[in-house]
Design a protein around this ligand. Sequence first.
Ligand code: SAJ
Length: 434
Amino acid sequence: MKFQKICVLGLGYIGLPTASTFATHGIQVVGVDVNQRVLETLKNGGIHIHEPGLRTLVEAALKSEKLTVSNQPEAADAFLIAVPTPFYEDKTGEYNEEPYKLADMRAVTSAAEAIVPYLKEGNLVVLESTSPPRTTVDLLKPILERSGLKAGTDFYLSYSPERVLPGQILRELIENARVIGGVTPESAQVGAELYETFVEGEIIQTDATTAEMVKLMENTSRDINIAVANEFARLSDRFGVDVWEAIKLANLHPRINILTPGVGVGGHCISVDPWFFVEGAPDLTPLIYTARKVNDEQPHFVMALVQKALGALKGKKIAVLGLAYKPDVDDLRESPAVEVVKLLSDAGAEIRAFEPFKPQGSSGITMSETLEDAVKDSDAILVLVRHKQFKDIKPSEIEKMTLTRLIIDTVNTWDFNAWNQAGFQVYRLGANKL
Ligand code: SAJ
């Protein structure tokens, strides 16, 4: 099928790069967002997201007039839905005694409703938002069929998960293998033809629900693997072992790849997606549920380490290095580092945080503009994110900025021996007998 014009609904971390990439590959794209501020920013030549290379790509797409932005869809050959599917806490207790997290599908629902008036015979609709299993057939299909057209017969309907890594979105969008699942084989085929516009990786066709499961399975297995790494860190503390050394040695085994312990699991994917399985089948997901709990508890273990290093926290000045949910991104969504700061503040510590990728930080956290400002009068330096620029810091630089010689390194950022020799006392997560 020949695609001349498409609408991309949702101009966030996935929608904006996707819309711009289609536009720079010659397709006329209408980028749709309900947030007026996002539209204004784009119209004024700005972007609201930090992603390497994105600004240049968006500029090129807008300048060529292949990309336009609007607050509502228009008639087109294909509609792509890339809106957020966050979760909210179930307070009804229906799922368990403890609060379960449930998918908030309102944005997908209203995007689908917005498409209905423009849907025509022969169109393609693709959902990209990460969604609970069966969303395409059970939620999306009935809404779109309000148009009077039948999915799979009159129009094509597919699900295609995005699987790009924040920080490398533009490259991975093009190079990664892409799964596309249709409500009918023809729907998958037509979907594949659309993505062939720019995808260089393999495009694999399947059915819609399998495609939904694939995405959730990828991120759930990652969550579980991080949870076990975090438990290994706790066990190493208990048994007086250095977890970083132990993992390195275990990973010499050719079939073992233990992930990295840390502050917890953040971001908008790995800490969210497993809940979509738990919500759909609470009776079948004890492991997935427990892994979520283990990772969500991790900030409390960081807190215990800080208490071990500093004793009572009331009035202690702590310089926090990094708030992002992972290294080298500006994204603070669901960041466990932010959670740690909240716990420390609640315990009476005075926090000054330095986040080079997001200098304005997050509401309620006192930010420092420079590393020096953060560390200068502190009682301890707490490293929560292993940003490359932190990794490169030398003991001699910190020595000049502050009198404190106390480091709490939760992510194995600095070489323990080198900093020790330079006169610093270094507490590391998973390497201190508690
Ligand atoms: N983390 C650890 N230990 C590790 C790896 C990660 O504690 O060994 C933490 C990170 O610090 C972060 C969180 O886990 O807080 C998630 O980070 P991530 O790099 O694993 O994942 P995301 O959320 O940035 O991106 C993931 C990717 N999925 C996989 O690698 C399986 C990406 O391919 C997906 O497109 C994306 O989720 C998504 O949208 O689902």
